[in-house]
Design a protein around this ligand. Structure first.
Ligand SMILES: NC(=O)c1ccc[n+]([C@@H]2O[C@H](COP(=O)([O-])OP(=O)(O)OC[C@H]3O[C@@H](n4cnc5c(N)ncnc54)[C@H](O)[C@@H]3O)[C@@H](O)[C@H]2O)c1
Ligand SMILES: O=P(O)(O)OC[C@H](O)CO
Length: 334
């Protein structure tokens, strides 16, 4: 049992997920300060207790204080970083001069930075090296968590004492974190499953059937495992909540932004048009090319993920990708 105790929790990023996490933390009795990038979003949360921009229709706890000023985060015992992956470096860089030595920063976003092929923990170590890094990831739709529907997630931190204290702070009646020390392993699942969820959406949008859908999930999991193994992650992390757990959720629900993006692509819309029509982030679209580059750098074959990257950058059409995947040489399963 850790002797550390975290009561004041900051959340950087008031999108759907940051807001849902703030709500869950408040339900667990924590004092929560939620930083919103948009000043009017912070104002709406404080005055109407609703995030009308990113999580409309959920009545938020009045115990959540929203701010538009990052300096408040420095007074918190621990901070959750929840801005989309492609904005994470910018948000952390703005916070870096304020961050106290040894403050735990829990990365809750899922993706790989396009320009550097870095996972969020690599970005954090580079930008705020004096923070203690942790990762929270697993099957968790923001709306479910905000409504108090139950789920379980992986909470990874190499410092076991800090990890245990974070687990105590984040655990809520219907939100159950399981502790791990495999930070990178916990990040891989979240990044790769978003890419695979788009592919699963395409499969269903093209009406290729549930058998093809299940085959993509299983072969996609094999790709995730190959990458994780090459990068030194523990196999049990990949079969856990942040890996297989989140893959199953995201690939099987139209509620997922990534899955629904794929569905629309399978029905003929371009990814760019879909992304442009949304205020919400579709992380897999940005992560797919970064994932392809990272996997190639490590000589890891991920044909399903590569096919999506090639569709997104216009090298091949959806139909050509399907034909190419189906005409690969037969192989051993393992
Ligand atoms: N929504 C979910 O169900 C869910 C669940 C688990 C994890 N996540 C992950 O959480 C992360 C955040 O997703 P979300 O769903 O909360 O976001 P969202 O789609 O609800 O909102 C978009 C977010 O982007 C921010 N933003 C837009 N422009 C910005 C800029 N220039 N600089 C900084 N921030 C900017 C907005 O303030 C807002 O917080 C993603 O990595 C996502 O994969 C989401
Ligand atoms: O809506 P998505 O596709 O961004 O998925 C949300 C969460 O990551 C599910 O765990």
């Amino acid at each position: 049992m850790s002797t550390l105790h975290y009561q004041n929790i900051g959340v950087i990023g008031a999108g759907a997920w940051g807001t849902a996490l703030a709500q869950s933390l408040a339900s667990a009795g924590r004092d929560v300060t939620l930083w919103a990038f948009e000043a009017d979003c912070a104002e709406a949360i404080n005055s109407a207790h609703e995030n009308t921009l990113f999580l409309p229709g959920v009545s938020l706890s009045p115990k959540i204080t929203a701010v538009n000023d990052l300096s408040v985060m420095a007074k918190c015992d621990a901070v959750l970083a929840v801005t989309p992956a492609q904005f994470m470096r910018k948000s952390l860089a703005a916070y870096a001069p304020l961050a106290p030595e040894g403050q735990p920063i829990v990365l809750c976003s899922k993706g790989i930075e396009i320009s550097t092929r870095m996972f969020m923990s690599d970005v954090l170590s580079e930008v705020v090296p004096r923070a203690v890094p942790a990762v929270l990831s697993g099957p968790s739709f923001a709306i479910d968590v905000a409504k108090g529907l139950p789920t379980a997630v992986t909470l990874a931190c190499e410092d076991v004492d800090v990890g245990e204290a974070l687990m105590q702070a984040i655990a809520a009646p219907t939100f159950r974190p399981y502790l791990s020390t495999d930070v990178l392993g916990a990040e891989i699942g979240g990044a790769v499953k978003n890419v695979l969820a788009i592919v699963c959406g395409i499969v269903l949008g093209k009406e290729l059937g549930r058998s093809a859908h299940a085959a993509i999930i299983a072969r996609g999991f094999a790709e995730m495992t190959r990458l994780g193994t090459a990068l030194g992650c523990a196999p049990e992390t990949l079969t856990g909540l942040s890996g297989l757990g989140d893959l199953v959720l995201t690939c099987s629900s139209e509620q997922s932004r990534n899955m629904s993006c794929g569905l629309a692509m399978g029905r003929g819309q371009s990814a760019q048009d879909i992304v442009n029509s949304r205020t919400a982030v579709t992380e897999g679209v940005a992560t797919a090319p970064a994932l392809k580059a990272l996997a190639q750098q490590h000589s890891v074959d991920m044909p399903i993920c590569f096919a999506l990257a090639d569709i997104l950058d216009g090298q091949i059409t959806v139909d050509q990708a399907i034909t190419a995947l189906l005409s690969r040489d037969p192989k051993r399963e393992h």
